[in-house]
Design a binder for this molecule. Structure first.
Ligand code: PLP
Length: 378
């Protein structure tokens, strides 16, 4: 079935008792049990909730997975997934990984005994060279944040399978609408559902999805044991947001392509990073593993003064952290997503003080361009 249809019909879409076309919102924390011998389908809401379950089923189906666990944030999904590893295990992580992932790895999991090597994973040879006897997994993000570097997921997954490693991919920027890492051979997909999946800047949530039922059991065990679950109300809102993913992704992507093209021609723009531009270093690899370049782009202006003028002058775009909402969001990676990264690390990764990241929403691209044009003339 086409993704457009799957978005509307995956998971429980008709409630079985009353026939409601919207999944009911179950607030109950516990459920009465019919007998001592056999408990009902639901017992305690940390372990399972029907509203959360409907959302988990929908996302598992869209990613081509068998199990999805919903968490209270993208970082809860990442951290809970990392708990399947043990002290002494080694992970290979792409070098411009999301700032919060960098922080939890280097400040908490390292203290707990996980060892980490950051590599430029755009070349699979760098991943291969970093593998040690105690390496247990790869943690990748493509396109990465904020420089939209592209990692060849098929090549990484083949390498990982040969060496018995798990491949974990943060698929937040693409969503299953554009990219499905499990179908490319990867083992676990992570999402910050706060971004495009929910899409309306009104929920913080996260997901971990896998195709392998045994690995799914391990994730489900952590979800229940560690307890960083998504609440029913946020599950319901996210399920509603998810149903319009296709129209939002398609429209935002069109806008992003138009704006990226305009920025690339602008005299005050040093560089534009967008996987849809033919000059982007990962353009071909990206197109081979996803069906679109997405709605996020980054660009570097020619001075810090202009960067400040643009950030403080925008009215249509919000100057804010986050991305993936119906409204366009302009972010400043050096002080926002990557504030947790020491300045020298940031500089090494090419995240300069004149770099901006734009998540294109559903406004008319002409109006967004007019706003940038006005500010960039000043
Ligand atoms: C936002 C984000 C996260 C973290 O998700 P939260 O929902 O904010 O906890 C992880 N990865 C990427 C790529 C993100 O953009």
């Amino acid at each position: 079935m086409d993704m457009a249809t799957r978005l509307i019909h995956t998971g429980a879409t008709v409630e079985s008792v009353q026939g409601a076309l919207s999944v009911p919102l179950y607030h109950a924390s516990t459920y009465a049990q019919p007998s001592v011998e056999s408990f009902g389908r639901w017992d305690y809401a940390r372990s399972g909730n029907p509203t959360r379950h409907a959302l988990e089923e929908a996302i598992a189906g869209l990613e081509g997975g068998s199990v999805c666990c919903a968490f209270g944030s993208g970082m809860a999904a990442t951290s809970s997934t990392l708990l399947i590893f043990k002290p002494g295990d080694h992970l290979i992580v792409c070098d411009d990984v999301y700032g919060g992932t960098f922080r939890v790895l280097t400040r908490l999991f390292s203290q707990w005994g996980l060892t980490i090597t950051f590599v430029d994973a755009t070349d699979p040879a760098n991943i291969a060279a970093a593998i040690r006897p105690e390496t247990k997994g790869l943690f990748l993000e493509t396109p990465s944040n904020p420089l939209l570097k592209i990692i060849d997921l098929r090549a990484a997954a083949i390498l990982a399978r040969e060496r018995g490693l798990l491949t974990i991919v943060d698929n937040t920027f693409m969503t299953p609408y554009f990219q499905r890492p499990l179908e490319l051979g990867c083992d676990i997909v992570i999402h910050s559902g706060t971004k495009f999946l929910n899409g309306h800047s009104d929920v913080v949530c996260g997901f971990a999805v896998t195709a392998d039922p045994a690995l799914g059991e391990r994730l489900r065990f952590v979800q229940n044991a560690f307890g960083a679950i998504l609440g029913p109300n946020d599950s319901w809102l996210t399920l509603r947001g998810l149903r319009t993913l296709k129209v939002r992704m398609e429209e935002s992507q069109k806008g992003a392509a138009t704006i990226a093209g305009w920025l690339a021609e602008h005299p005050r723009v040093r560089q534009v990073w967008y996987p849809g531009l033919p000059g982007h270093p990962g353009h071909q690899v990206h197109l081979s593993q996803s069906s679109g370049p997405g709605a996020v782009l980054s660009f570097e202006l020619d001075s810090f003064e202009l960067t400040k003028t643009v950030l403080e002058g925008v009215r249509l775009m919000a100057f804010a952290v986050s991305l993936g909402g119906v409204e366009s969001i302009l972010s400043y990676p050096a002080k926002m997503s990557h504030a947790a990264m020491p300045p020298q690390e940031r500089a090494l990764r090419g995240i300069s003080d004149s770099l901006l990241r734009l998540s294109v929403g559903l406004e008319s691209p002409d109006d967004l361009i007019a706003e940038l044009d006005r500010l960039m003339k000043s």
